[in-house]
Design a protein around this ligand. Structure first.
Ligand code: CP
Length: 298
C-alpha cells in the first residue's frame, strides 16, 4: 500500500494531521478561481451512492489541477458482466492514476485491496467501517468555528451503530483530543469504545455537549426489525429540544438529511447550524488531502 493512502485514521501521524489542516487553511485563503496547470489524474470509483463526497472530490480535483476520471455505480461498467471489484480496481490502477478515491460497501476489503495497488487510495466511505474524510472535514469545521478541538464535547445522536462517520470520529477523537458521547435508541447503539459515554435522553446529552451531530438513519443498512417508530419525537433535533443546548454550540449533520426524522426543517434556520459550512470545508479538506498525497504524504 502506498504510504499516502488514507483508509482509516488510526495510521495518520500527528504531523500528517497538522499538515493536512495547515494545507486546508492555505486552500481556504486562496481564490476559488486560481487557475492551475494539470498536475495529475485521479480515479474516482464510487460503488455506493454519493452527492457531497463525489462532487466535492471532483471540485477539489478541478481546483488542484488534477483531472478526475469517474466510475459511478455498476451500470455501464464490466461489474455488470460479473467482473469483481478487486479486478476493477486493479485494472484502473494499471492505467496509472496519481490517486484513487474509492467508495464501496462492507463486502469489499478496501484495506487489503489497497495494499496491492500502486496508486495511493483515499477511502471515500467504506460500508460501516469508516468515512475518514467526513470526520476530518467535521473536525476542520469545529476548529474553524470554535478555534480549538481539544476537550470539545461532541454528542453523536441517532443511528451510531450503522454510521461510518461515527466509526471515524471514534478514531479521530483519540488523535485530536475531543470527547465523544452518544444518545439514541438502544437498537442504534453499538458496543462503545472506552471513554465514550451514553446518555439516556437527548436533553441530558445536549446539556453536556458543545457540538451536537445528528447522524442519518441508515435504513439501507438495517436488518429486519430495526425500525424505530417514534425516532423524531425522542431523538430528533427541533427548536423545542435545542432549548436545552448552549447558545454558542454547533449543530452538525454529515448529510444527506432525512428531514423531520433527524432534524426538523426549522433547525436549518438556527444560527448554530453549520451543515452547509461542513460541505464548504469538505472541498478545502479534500483539496488539502490531494496536495498532501501529491507531495508524498509527508
Ligand atoms: N456525507 C456524505 O458522505 O454524503 P454523500 O453520501 O452524499 O457523499
Amino acid at each position: 500500500m502506498s504510504a499516502s493512502s488514507l483508509i482509516d485514521l488510526k495510521s495518520l501521524t500527528a504531523g500528517a494531521l497538522s499538515r493536512i489542516f495547515a494545507l486546508s487553511k492555505e486552500v481556504s485563503q486562496q481564490s476559488l478561481k486560481s487557475g492551475r496547470q494539470i498536475r495529475g489524474t485521479a480515479a474516482l470509483v464510487f460503488l455506493e451512492p454519493s452527492t457531497r463526497t463525489r462532487m466535492s472530490f471532483e471540485f477539489a480535483c478541478a481546483r488542484e489541477g488534477v483531472v478526475p476520471v469517474t466510475l459511478s455505480g455498476e451500470a455501464g461498467s464490466s461489474l455488470e458482466k460479473g467482473e469483481t471489484i478487486h479486478d476493477t480496481l486493479t485494472n484502473i490502477d494499471a492505467m496509472s492514476p496519481d490517486l484513487m478515491i474509492v467508495r464501496c460497501g462492507d463486502s469489499v476489503d478496501l484495506a487489503e485491496i489497497a495494499k496491492s495497488l500502486h496508486a495511493p487510495v483515499i477511502n471515500a466511505g467504506w460500508g460501516k467501517s469508516g468515512h475518514p474524510t467526513q470526520a476530518l472535514l467535521d473536525a476542520l469545521t469545529i476548529l474553524e468555528k470554535r478555534g480549538r478541538l481539544e476537550a470539545t464535547r461532541v454528542l453523536l445522536v441517532g443511528d451510531v451503530r450503522h454510521s461510518r462517520v461515527a466509526a471515524s470520529h471514534f478514531e479521530l477523537s483519540q488523535k485530536l483530543g475531543y470527547q465523544i458521547a452518544v444518545a439514541g435508541p438502544l437498537e442504534f447503539l453499538p458496543t462503545l469504545p472506552a471513554g465514550v459515554i451514553s446518555f439516556a435522553t437527548l436533553e441530558e446529552g445536549l446539556q453536556w455537549a458543545d457540538v451536537v451531530m445528528a447522524l442519518r438513519v441508515q435504513k439501507e443498512r438495517h436488518g429486519p426489525g430495526t425500525a424505530v417508530t417514534d425516532f423524531h419525537q425522542r431523538w430528533g433535533l427541533s427548536p423545542r429540544v435545542l432549548n436545552h443546548f448552549k447558545k454558542d454550540g454547533l449543530v452538525m449533520h454529515p448529510g444527506p438529511v432525512n428531514w423531520d426524522v433527524e432534524l426538523s426543517t426549522e433547525v436549518l434556520q438556527d444560527p448554530r447550524t453549520v451543515i452547509l459550512d461542513q460541505v464548504t470545508h469538505g472541498v478545502f479538506l479534500r483539496q488539502a488531502l490531494i496536495r498532501w498525497v501529491l507531495e508524498g504524504g509527508q
